[in-house]
Design a protein around this ligand. Structure first.
Ligand SMILES: C[S@@+](CC[C@H](N)C(=O)[O-])C[C@H]1O[C@@H](n2cnc3c(N)ncnc32)[C@H](O)[C@@H]1O
Length: 418
């Protein structure tokens, strides 16, 4: 570790003591640098989930703070934590009343539950989303480097007006997540930046804000918009001439994804008055296409990314008939939909949760969709052929039909039986 760099001492909170699960210390017990620990889980918590709610980069950052010499206790201003995956940093530092900023609803819910799990009141951490107004002043900025460089760019640029020459900025991430472009971004927006040595495959980023750099920072290029490409047949033809809005970090923000394109070519036409859900909506092109092909349909756009839901709403408002009824909801899958309230669910499921490949989210989405569908209602799914979604769907719905396939993708239909 680079010892030449001093950061303020931010003592990880250990009061009140962690609540240990009934089975005693589990693999969810995260040991803090001072020997205490906290219990953490991802959201939604699943005892069969082998994935931990923190990694070596969280550990490295907390260790670095505990090694610091200057106390931030009593400092005016704010500790802001950007990109905390499952609330490990916010929970460990809850005694410092941090503001957590994330684009992920799952991260927010995990943080809230981890705070409660460890005896902290809900207000111990101020939860803000990537779309909320950033705090007016930031004195310590801790950045868990996100998977998306675009999201980091957007968030640093949004926070820049609140950062001053005295702001302490420390980033953390796994070595594989920190690239030259990551460091260049810190340099371009905030000021001189360097990294620590790697430890357990994690690295820290040290950035010294420079008022000159802050003053000359580039304009925020997000959100970005692209014209929907011509020549997509089927429901895609209805999108020709539309403009698609993409906030930073959302799925396929720069161009139409090829799986989405294939889905648009074969999208079903909803009946008049039907309730259609675009589940995991991203920028919302699937739901928009359904609305344009079936005037009178009612739409719900759902995603766990705040930026995705904002993108879907802007894309829809710019292109759909204003009389079309539409809701835009940040949520975990379709879990919040009323049972038997939906006629058609359109789903291009995610298949990565950070670096860990998992189809658990897709499975949850399918089961939730079944609950939300009316008898006779349909779930349509596009996916990579090799993911084998048909097996899951058959197990959940008792039926699954391959509508169409190409060498890479399949479109599947499952019907809720009465
Ligand atoms: C493969 S992308 C599809 C986006 C868009 N429907 C399209 O086809 O371009 C999957 C989407 O699912 C969202 N997602 C991931 N986990 C989710 C969850 N638990 N609940 C809701 N949405 C989720 C992601 O944010 C992402 O926008």
């Amino acid at each position: 570790m680079d010892t030449a760099y001093r950061t303020p001492y931010v003592r990880p909170s250990r009061n009140p003591p962690p609540v240990i699960g009934q089975t005693g210390r589990t693999m969810n017990h995260f040991a803090l640098p001072d020997g205490a620990g906290i219990d953490l889980a991802r959201f939604p918590a699943d005892p069969r989930d082998p994935l931990r709610a923190w990694d070596a980069s969280d550990d490295y950052l907390l260790q670095h703070l505990a090694d610091g010499e200057v106390s931030v206790d009593g400092l005016e201003g704010r500790l802001v934590i950007l990109g905390d995956r499952w609330g490990a940093l916010a929970t460990a530092l809850a005694a410092h009343a941090p503001v957590q900023i994330t684009d992920s609803y799952l991260a927010q819910r995990a943080t809230a539950e981890n705070l409660a799990r460890n005896g902290h009141p809900a207000h111990a951490v101020e939860l803000r989303s990537s779309r909320d107004e950033p705090p007016a002043r930031v004195d310590v900025l801790l950045v868990r480097v996100p998977k998306s460089l675009a999201l980091l760019e957007d968030q640093l640029l949004r926070l820049a007006p609140a950062i001053h020459a005295g702001t302490v900025v420390v980033g953390t991430g796994m070595v594989a997540e920190i690239h030259t472009s990551t460091l260049e971004l810190f340099e371009r927006v905030l000021g001189p930046t360097r990294t620590s040595l790697a430890r357990r495959k994690a690295r820290l980023i040290f950035c010294t804000p420079d008022p000159e750099v802050l003053g000359a920072r580039p304009a925020n290029p997000w959100p970005q918009r692209y014209p929907f490409p011509p020549g997509v047949p089927g429901a895609g033809a209805r999108l020709a001439g539309t403009t698609v809005t993409n906030h930073a970090g959302i799925f396929s923000a720069e161009r139409l994804d090829i799986g989405t394109r294939f889905f648009l070519e074969h999208l079903p036409t909803p009946a008049r008055g039907h309730h259609v859900v675009d589940l995991g909506c991203g920028n919302g092109v699937l739901g928009l296409a359904a609305a344009l092909t079936a005037p009178g349909a009612e739409l719900t756009f759902l995603d766990e990314s705040f930026g995705a839901v904002a993108s879907a709403e802007e894309t829809f408002r710019a292109n759909a008939d204003p009389a079309t009824r539409a809701r835009f909801v940040v949520a975990d899958g379709a879990s919040g939909l009323a049972p038997a309230s939906v006629d058609l669910v359109l789903n291009n499921p995610p298949f990565h949760s950070y670096q860990a490949a998992t189809d658990a989210t897709a499975h949850r989405m399918f089961a939730d969709a079944k609950r939300a569908l009316r008898p006779g209602g349909e779930l349509w799914v596009v996916g990579n052929r090799h993911l084998g979604y048909h097996v899951r769907l058959k197990r959940i719905f008792g039926n699954c039909r391959t509508v169409v396939g190409n060498p890479k993708f399949v479109i599947l239909q499952a019907v809720k039986k009465g």
